[in-house]
Each structure stands twice: as structure tokens, then as C-alpha cells.
Design a protein around this ligand. Structure first.
Ligand code: HPA
Length: 235
């Protein structure tokens, strides 16, 4: 049955869905990496596709920007479409300059300034964590491919613009290495509805120095991340 935000048929999604933020990126991934990909949903131009990768059924669908958007799509995928595994593939900003541009980062935990998990958790502090087996599969796959990854804690920020000036110092002190905007929500949705989730990110900018990847570097690091995510997704 269609949901308010997904108009796919029952069974239209594979058990595992790769999720970038951008709908056009989902389309590009489907066209570039999947065989026989068909578009299964297009509500609000948030595209989803199902095809095969190395002979195994796999879906890709965008989750939009921010915890509210990502929470809507992941909830409906898990609750209404029976999706079991969600792998967010995204970008992030590094909090300290010891993480380099283009590096891959796998999010073991997701801290946040969003209140969503306190709303879920009687106003207490929920530890939003990746599913261990999915996390380990991503880490092992990167190692098999000879790719360096950092595994750690991300900060899922509600504000892209106007993060508090001292926040970078606080994050660095607490060893929260990168900022993105969705995983604290996605990890809690997965826990709440009984799915597994993990996120792999490429470092697109170094926040304290303002360094950012060029368009070409973004393509290369995106491909590195996709090779890890795709091979991990079918294990
Ligand atoms: N903040 C939040 N999300 C991001 C950033 C950032 O600096 N860079 C890439 N995604």
C-alpha cells in the first residue's frame, strides 16, 4: 500500500536500501550501478529505484535533507514496505583538521542537537548507534578494498547554517569527528521499527579551515564510497 510519501507497490523495495540525500543522486546511482533498475516511487520527486547489483536485488532511494525528512522516508520504508537494512551514503564536514578531505567515515554513533530522540525516550539521552553487523560489514568491505576509513561518532545537526561558534570545540573535545544532518534520526527509526541501519560518509569539507572538495574530488570520493556501500549491501 502506498504511504503519504511513497507511491511504490507492495514488495517494490529490496530488503536493503541505499539512501543518499539527493533524489538526483539516487537516480544517478540506479542508472550507473544497478542493472535493470526501475523507478518505484516519485512522490515530491524523491525518487526510489529497485534493480540488481551483482545479481542481488537492491534498492536506492533518497531521504532528503535533515532528520525530519530522513525519518519520514526511513519509517515508511521499514514499517510499510518491510525494508530490513538501510545504508545512508552521504557527505559530512570534518570538525578537526586531522580528518582529511575525501576520507571515508563510518558512523558508529550519532550525537545530535535534535530533540527527536528525547521525544522518543522519555526526555532521556538515547545512544543512537549503527547496527553492529552492518557497521562491521561496511568496515570489513572497505578493508578488503584497501580503503582507509575512520569509524566514529558523528554529530547530526539541525542547523546547517549558524551552528554555535563554540560547538566545534565541544565536538572535538568529545571526539565527535564529523557533522552531517540525518543519522541520529535514521538510527533511532531503525531501532524503533526493528531494522538495521548504518551510514558511510565522504568528507566534503573541513569546517574550521573552510577547505572543500572540488567537483572532481567529490566524484572520486563518491565512487570510493559507492564501491564500499554496494559490496557491503549485498553481503
Ligand atoms: N554540516 C552539516 N552537514 C554537512 C556538512 C556540514 O558542514 N558538510 C557536509 N554535510
Amino acid at each position: 500500500m502506498a504511504t503519504p510519501h511513497i507511491n511504490a507497490k507492495d514488495g517494490a523495495f529490496a530488503e536493503t536500501v541505499l539512501m543518499p540525500g539527493d533524489p538526483l543522486r539516487a537516480q544517478m546511482i540506479a542508472e550507473t550501478f544497478l542493472e535493470g533498475a526501475e523507478q518505484v516511487t516519485n512522490v515530491r520527486n524523491v525518487f526510489g529505484y529497485t534493480g540488481t547489483y551483482k545479481g542481488k536485488r537492491l534498492s536506492v532511494m533518497a531521504h532528503g535533507m535533515g532528520i525530519p525528512s530522513a525519518s519520514i522516508y526511513t519509517t515508511e520504508l521499514v514499517k510499510d514496505y518491510g525494508v530490513k537494512n538501510i545504508i545512508r551514503i552521504g557527505s559530512c564536514g570534518a570538525v578537526t583538521a586531522d580528518i582529511k578531505l575525501r576520507e571515508l567515515f563510518i558512523a558508529m554513533g550519532a550525537s545530535t542537537d535534535s530533540k527527536v530522540n528525547r521525544m522518543r525516550f522519555n526526555d532521556h539521552d538515547y545512544a543512537a548507534i549503527a547496527d553492529y553487523t552492518l557497521l562491521r560489514t561496511l568496515v570489513d568491505t572497505a578493508a578488503e578494498q584497501g580503503k582507509k576509513v575512520t569509524v566514529g561518532n558523528v554529530f547530526s545537526a539541525d542547523l546547517f547554517y549558524g551552528v554555535q561558534p563554540n560547538m566545534l570545540d565541544v565536538l572535538a573535545k568529545m571526539q565527535v569527528n564529523v557533522i552531517e544532518m540525518e543519522l541520529a534520526g535514521i538510527y533511532a527509526v531503525a531501532a524503533q521499527y526493528g531494522a538495521r541501519a548504518a551510514g558511510i560518509l565522504t568528507v566534503s569539507d573541513i569546517i574550521p579551515t573552510g577547505e572543500a572538495t572540488s567537483a572532481e574530488e567529490r566524484q572520486t570520493s563518491f565512487r570510493d564510497m559507492m564501491e564500499v556501500a554496494l559490496d557491503a549491501a549485498i553481503k
